[in-house]
Design a binder for this molecule. Structure first.
Ligand code: IDC
Length: 490
């Protein structure tokens, strides 16, 4: 019953505010590039050489949430397999407040050592890492074993026990973990965190300082490029734009300021309220100021979880039509926040994912990656955990995700990608070279017959590395545009 009400509430919200999104979008400058509906030219995270990064990878991993040592069940061999099978270059790596600050003001350096150790696996393979301060339902301290009644175990995670104040309010059982957000004890824990109760001004301060401790550790680490400040924020009793423009924006600002005391260069990623916005309703998030010298390094990192996919049909029939409508509304909302509110922030889709056994799963994946490409967005798929949502089943069998994700793509572009397309049997990239960037453009090519036939205009092939499967091209001096087309050998 309750689930239906929540879904109805979100759907109603989506219908009621849909017009607002469209209006916001039409007021943006239209570039009309590639015949798409890009509201403003995408912007990209840059690597140290100044190249535009196209980030493709996974969330790793949900298994970290309840683990006593805070580490995912994911080995270096697992990363090796992922890299060989899909050529990923990015990870959204889950960390948690409870693990960084197990007691007030005490930062667990041994935990950060373990994180750093995992980061080094990624660094050795040329990956970029986004650290994600994960939470679901606030904290493990309020959703003890078995609470959800679905055998999922300890599903709440994030805040340390000492920062969890439910004021004695109950947390009942729910058959879907998301619905625990509606329980009175969970609402109160969030209200105390955001200090809407007026009783705990210290908690947000602790949170910002926790991030500073993390940033201090990773500031000089070239592989760590971004900090995702809070997974799926929830306002407790305060919802929508009152929450997003109020306590959420204020937490983001304080945390950004704290990070910048120790790290000038990493990107700070902000996300909207999750419920509703993940399903395509507009966000009321407001601007965050980056105090660093030079250009802003704030990225927008929303999640995408269309409700119709959950309702049973997967991506087919009426739920496909509704999912497409959700994606269109979500895209308009994302372009508005990244383009207008945040002033041209790059986008990373921090999470999206589905049960790959659902009908139409492959089409849905192609649809979302296509949208991300048009937005210039990085993507971290939820998640690498073994199972039907992930790339591998627990016995190691590949799901359809592996073949669907393993496509050629430009990983680092010496300029701006103005148009690119990717299919299992073809990669085409057109870029506007940046003469200030001396490093070459790198393109990942899967094993299936690539590199085969390589055509370049306004550029030269510098190298093909069979080991890393990277094709390296350098644009001709003075060229205003370059195009690379690669098709596999027949
Ligand atoms: C899910 C895990 C599931 C776990 C639950 C609660 O897949 O095993 O029981 O979290 O800890 C999100 C969250 C992400 C969720 C994911 C899938 O950010 O933590 O993982 N999801 O449900 N938001 C929307 C979906």
């Amino acid at each position: 019953m309750r689930r239906i009400r929540l879904l109805a509430m979100i759907m109603a919200g989506s219908l009621a505010v849909g017009g607002g999104v469209a209006a916001a979008r039409s007021s943006l400058p239209a570039t009309g590039s590639g015949g798409g509906s890009t509201a403003s030219a995408p912007s990209y995270l840059k690597d140290d050489a100044g190249r535009s990064l196209i980030l493709r990878g996974f969330n790793t991993a949900s298994s970290a949430k309840g683990a006593p040592d805070g580490m995912p069940k994911f080995t270096e061999a697992d990363l090796e397999r992922e890299h060989a099978d899909m050529g990923t270059n990015f990870v959204r790596f889950l960390i948690s407040w409870r693990s960084v600050e197990p007691a007030p003001g005490q930062y667990d350096q041994a935990y950060l050592d373990r994180v750093e150790d995992r980061v080094s696996w990624y660094a050795e393979r040329g990956y970029k890492v986004m650290l994600d301060m994960h939470q679901d339902v606030y904290s493990g301290a309020i959703t003890p074993e078995g609470n959800a009644g679905n055998g999922a175990g300890n599903i709440g995670n994030g805040a340390p026990e000492w920062a969890t104040y439910t004021d004695g309010l109950p947390v009942g059982k729910q058959d879907r973990w998301e619905l625990l957000y509606l329980e009175p004890g969970v609402t109160r824990a969030f209200d105390n965190f955001w200090n809407t109760t007026g009783k705990h001004p210290e908690l947000m301060e602790h949170y910002a300082n926790t991030w500073r401790a993390v940033a201090e550790r990773f500031a000089a680490n070239d592989a760590v490029v971004a900090y995702d400040l809070m997974n799926e924020p929830w306002g407790g009793s305060m919802q929508g734009s009152a929450f997003e423009s109020g306590p959420l924006a204020s937490l983001y600002q304080r945390t950004t300021d704290a990070i910048r005391q120790v790290d000038q260069d990493s990107w700070v990623c902000v996300a909207p309220q999750a419920v509703g916005v993940n399903q395509g309703i507009p966000s009321g998030l407001t601007k965050i100021d980056d105090p660093r010298a030079g250009e802003q390094r704030i990225a927008y990192c929303p999640h995408l979880y269309p409700l119709p996919l959950d309702i049973g049909d997967g991506y087919s029939g009426v739920s496909r039509t509704l999912t497409d409508a959700t994606i269109a509304a979500w895209r308009a909302s994302v372009e508005h926040i990244a383009g207008t509110v945040l002033g041209g922030a790059p986008i990373i889709v921090g999470e999206f994912g589905l049960d790959t056994t659902l009908p139409g799963a492959r089409d849905y994946l192609d649809r979302v990656y296509g949208t991300a490409r048009e937005l210039g967005a990085g993507v971290s798929y939820w998640s690498s955990d073994p199972g039907p949502w992930g790339p591998y089943l627990p016995d190691g069998t590949r799901t359809l995700l592996v073949g669907t994700l393993n496509k050629p793509y430009p990983r680092a572009v010496a300029g701006t990608p103005t148009d690119w397309s990717s299919a299992v049997d073809r990669l085409q990239l057109t870029l506007h070279p940046d003469p200030a960037v001396t490093a070459p453009t790198e393109i990942y090519l899967p094993k299936s017959g690539f590199p085969g036939d390589v055509k370049v205009e306004g550029a030269d092939v510098v190298d093909w590395n069979r080991q890393s499967r990277l094709l390296t091209v350098r644009t001709a001096t003075g060229a205003s545009s370059a195009t690379v087309t690669v098709t596999p050998a027949a």
